[in-house]
Design a protein around this ligand. Structure first.
Ligand SMILES: [Zn+2]
Ligand SMILES: [Zn+2]
Length: 296
């Protein structure tokens, strides 16, 4: 029963996603190709979730003590269990989607496949070692690959496992009282910030595991600057639901999406649909610490 309900929810979510993508395409036709790509990736990742075989995480009480006392995240990135088999299959599907989407991706996929077929890249081993971005970039450099594409494929194929691990541990954390700039679940930096509820409480979205936690409205999550004269923001024209929060202390920014005007949004999709704001922020000289696949 639970399984079929999950499938139903997923199907509904996908329908909503498709509708929203059509809306955005009408408004910004230039994003069409990228959004089609995102839709295919999302469909594939969602459909594979039903087949995931996940090991339960053996929760230890000390983890919570360390979190409270030392501010350590509950687990480390590499501690998330991984369904390697499903991830490997998903990797192949994502490669195919990439290949069909544009010539650059096709060339990258060809090189990656060659290295895997020649056993010069051991995909399973790479996946099992924890998906540290630095490690993946190193391998990409070694094989003359576009690190962004490689990182996207690796992270994309492990995302369903990571998110399922995060769901297992969700009840161990209180999202309302952490208030720090890094994820209480896995220690990663946020990719986006969200305003929710009537009062517009602010939350951060983990770039790695997808967990969301509360943070103050006026703080830079990257350098903890709270001095208002160093914090400013701008919105796109006629786009009050999206804003870029700039910090003049660290010259970095985070995109904030107002959940109150967009019901049940997919933050990652909304992020993609507002790349023009990232371009503006970058022209102003600010950096985005956690870029999405299409920025930076
Ligand atoms: Zn996280
Ligand atoms: Zn800052």
């Amino acid at each position: 029963m639970k399984q079929s309900q999950n499938v139903l929810t997923r199907e509904k979510e996908l329908e909503k996603l498709k509708e929203r993508i059509q809306q955005i395409k009408k408004k910004r036709p230039g994003y069409g190709e990228m959004l089609d790509f995102y839709q295919k990736v999302e469909e594939t990742q969602q459909s594979i979730k039903a087949f995931l075989k996940m090991k339960p995480i053996k929760f230890k009480k000390e983890w919570k003590e360390l979190l409270a006392k030392e501010g350590f995240s509950l687990i480390q990135k590499e501690d998330f269990p991984l369904d390697t088999e499903t991830s490997t299959k998903l990797f192949a599907t994502l490669c195919q989607i990439g290949k069909d989407s544009n010539p650059h991706m096709a060339e990258q996929v060809r090189k990656i496949k060659e290295a895997i077929d020649n056993k010069r890249i051991d995909l399973k081993k790479l996946l099992s070692k924890g998906m540290k971005a630095e490690k993946i970039k190193k391998v990409a450099d070694e094989f003359g690959l576009d690190a962004k594409v490689f990182l996207f494929l690796i992270q994309g194929c492990t995302r369903p496992s990571i998110e399922s691990g995060m769901e297992q541990l969700r009840s161990q954390l209180d999202p309302e009282n952490w208030l720090k700039g890094y994820c209480p679940m896995c220690g990663s930096l946020p990719s986006l910030s969200l305003l929710k509820g009537e009062e517009g409480k602010r939350y951060l979205l983990c770039s790695y595991c997808g967990y969301q936690w509360r943070i103050d409205r006026l703080i830079c999550p990257f350098c903890n600057n709270k001095e208002q004269q160093f914090l400013q923001y701008f919105c796109g024209e006629g786009e009050d639901a999206y804003r870029i929060d700039l910090c003049d202390k660290c010259q970095q920014y985070i995109k904030t999406i107002d959940d109150r005007t967009l019901e049940e949004l997919d933050p990652v999709l909304e992020d993609l649909a507002t790349l023009h704001l990232d371009i503006l922020a970058s022209q102003k000289g600010y950096k985005r610490p956690i870029p999405n696949f299409w920025t930076a």
